[in-house]
Design a protein around this ligand. Sequence first.
Ligand code: GAP
Length: 462
Amino acid sequence: MTNKKENLMDKIVSLAKRRGFVFPSSEIYGGLAGVYDYGYYGVEIANAIKREWWKTMVQLREDIVGLDSSIFMNPKVWEASGHVSGFSDPLTECKSCHIRLRVDHLLEDKGIFADEKMTEEEINKIFSEHKSKIGCPKCGGKNFTDVKSFNLLVKSNLGNFTGDLKKDPVYLRGETCQGIYVNYKNVLDSSRLKIPFGIAQIGKAFRNEITARQFIFRTREFEQMEMQYFVHPDQEMEEYEKLRKDRWQYYLDLGIKEENLKWKKHENLVFYAKEAYDIEYKYPFGFSELEGVHARGDYDLTQHSKFSGEDLSYTDLINNKKYIPHIIESSSGVGRTFFAILCDVYNEEEINGEKRVVMKFPKKLAPIKVAIFPLLKNKPKLVEKAREIYDLLKLDYMCEFDDNGNIGKRYRRQDEIGTPYCVTVDFDSLDDEAVTVRDRDTMKQERVGMGELVKYLEEKLN
Ligand code: GAP
């Protein structure tokens, strides 16, 4: 990792905290590892990401409908899905400082690939062979415990009055798509949809990640945006290729630079999968998964049919033939998209010998669209006019009124949160009924009549 890359990570984490994008959770109590909160600007960005996703997946598609299923589900769901028996990561503990570590990550850092399908014994064998070359990232120690599989499902005590969590624990969902699979029949029976069709959902998921690290890239509580598309087996690969194209285009439309994205093919597929690719983003620590696009065959509905006893097959209305639909999936994370966007839009420029940090958010993702300033805060007429403009514009956009400090400082502050337009009311405004509009990217200033301001911004922002 080069210094430049490390720097970008530090700069983004620090800006995110300083400017109210992302806060560590319950920080006044020392925080909670792997859990973060979105701050007052962060929640605007996260909501904008979710809005864009929903628009692409649901609003613009006749064949995809939305869903909001519960976080808690019957525990049998997680047995059927394979999560109770197989949703685990290989864990070791440093015997010196007792930090817990993911063995596949330790091996990966040394260029040794540990397949996620390997058994505990197989990984243990590889780890034993290479242990001597690996040091604990915290204390440098070289003494590790044997590898153990650590299940990532988070247990709760919901409805468990005996206090024995080994008996029938209710889990916090480990992925949102299980809520889609178990509602597939309800959606089919209550709608006029026919195969092929999709169900989309945005919601929280929870995983007991061994090492929650890299800021909001890997957290223990996170939000997923998942779409499951139900198809005839013969259509699976054709629809899969369409979905791959759509998902790539989605990130370009979101404003992410194409050179920072790449496809990664899964070489070792789980037994039921037909094909699997991840879209990776170039985070400061290297290309890593932003989204998974997978062709899952009939595994999910077959498993849920078997475990629930419900017939989840589909009857083709033309030839009356029954079959279990195959599923293709798009699964992405709000946090990872948020982080990718922060990295993508971070810019440092030198203006007259001074550093300008500017977040060049695409306008649709900027947390504040317009900032309104009176030139001086102790001139009531300027303040009154600026407030009038603020009260008008806030009906259409997230706006901010700021009368603190000199105009240059106020511009810098808005640049750091990526506000596309700043409107200043000055002494001339009182005579000519016009304001100065400053563009974030070009820094050019334009005089705009107050009567034309709404239309001017509408053209620029929409
Ligand atoms: N239903 C398939 C599924 O859940 P996954 O690759 O485990 O697949 C899908 O997760 C997406 O969810 C990832 O690409 C990532 O964007 C997000 N995600 C997964 N684990 C995460 C974590 N611990 N923290 C933040 N985002 C995570």
